[in-house]
Design a protein around this ligand. Structure first.
Ligand code: FPP
Length: 224
């Protein structure tokens, strides 16, 4: 049985869910956050060590201002409300992406990361203002600046995800079969699960089904 160390998730479908319920896209995001909380609880129970969540992409800046504002206020209140609880549960929070937000948010992220930095029960990587191609470009520039040779090892060591094992499982909800510029280097050998359900409808039963299916897969990594 394959052990599950790292699950990465593209949480797609909040907007459509909100509209389907005859409410707003933002209402969908609010419900999506409830699913995030459920999946964190389940990951703790399953002893998963790394959970990477795609919360905001470098391309999401194209969305209407009101939606962007709402997403960031949701994130801010989530961090403020949950960080002490995370710390108590030995959860480490890490933000991956270009951290060039408002001073207020940068500060909140910095404090949250610092408070939880020594925890080792579960590491939550929040991908915020994240784009895989821009991560790879940043990584190459860091390697160049350090005067190192480009190799798989130096790339791995200088990605935003340095020191994090590659995802075993990538889940994308929302009935769309694409990767949307998420962890393109890191998912070279991940098992990918595309789910029809919209993110707010995704539940612990779905999560457990995916994990159980993953455990049964024979992973060859190019071997036979
Ligand atoms: C994609 O759905 C989802 C996002 C761009 C944001 C994800 C945010 C959350 C799950 C809530 C906030 C999370 C945290 C951790 C604070 P979409 O809006 O693109 O859905 P659509 O495809 O139906 O339009």
């Amino acid at each position: 049985m394959n052990p599950v160390k790292h699950v990465a998730i593209i949480m797609d479908g909040n907007g459509r869910w909100g509209i389907k319920k005859r409410k707003s896209r933002n209402y969908g995001h609010k419900q999506g956050l409830k699913t995030v909380e459920k999946i964190i609880v389940e990951s703790l129970k399953k002893n998963i060590k790394f959970l990477t969540l795609f919360a905001f992409s470098t391309e999401n800046w194209k969305r209407p201002k009101n939606e962007i504002k709402f997403l960031f206020s949701l994130l801010e209140s989530f961090l403020k409300k949950k960080i002490k609880d995370f710390h108590r549960q030995k959860i480490k929070l890490s933000v991956i992406g270009k951290k060039n937000f408002s001073n207020k948010l940068n500060n909140l992220i910095y404090k949250s990361e610092k408070l939880t930095s020594r925890n080792n029960k579960l590491q939550i990587n929040l991908a915020l203002n994240y784009g895989s191609k821009s991560e790879i470009v940043d990584t190459f520039n860091i390697i160049k600046k350090k005067g190192l040779k480009i190799s798989e090892k130096t790339i791995n060591k200088n990605l935003y995800t340095a020191n994090i094992p590659d995802p075993d499982i990538l889940i994308r909800t929302g009935n769309t079969n694409r990767l949307s510029n998420f962890l393109l280097w890191q998912i070279a050998y991940s098992e990918i699960f595309f789910e029809k359900k919209l993110w707010p409808d995704f539940n612990k039963k779905d999560y457990n089904r995916i994990i159980n299916n993953y455990k049964k897969i024979k992973r060859n990594f190019g071997n036979i």
